[in-house]
Design a protein around this ligand. Structure first.
Ligand SMILES: [Zn+2]
Length: 74
């Protein structure tokens, strides 16, 4: 009898922790987040920057801005 109760508790525990895990995963990975590494050069993007939705490292973002302003001159 005690064994059955233990098995039931284990089952509930695993169900609950799985549900919490799913919840945490969906909260820590919003769709708006950027990529872990720069899509241009593969450089690691710092977490705070990535969470703002950036997909480029600072250097590539600056390079992109320079290119944009050069086009704007025409
Ligand atoms: Zn880069």
């Amino acid at each position: 009898m005690a064994d059955e109760a233990d098995i039931a508790n284990d089952f509930i525990d695993s169900e609950v922790s799985r549900a919490i895990g799913r919840l945490r995963q969906s909260q820590s990975m919003p769709n708006a987040a950027g990529t872990k590494t720069c899509v241009e050069c593969g450089e690691k993007i710092p977490d705070p920057r990535r969470k703002l939705g950036f997909k480029l490292c600072i250097e590539c973002a600056e390079e992109m801005e320079r290119r944009k302003s050069r086009f704007a001159d025409y």
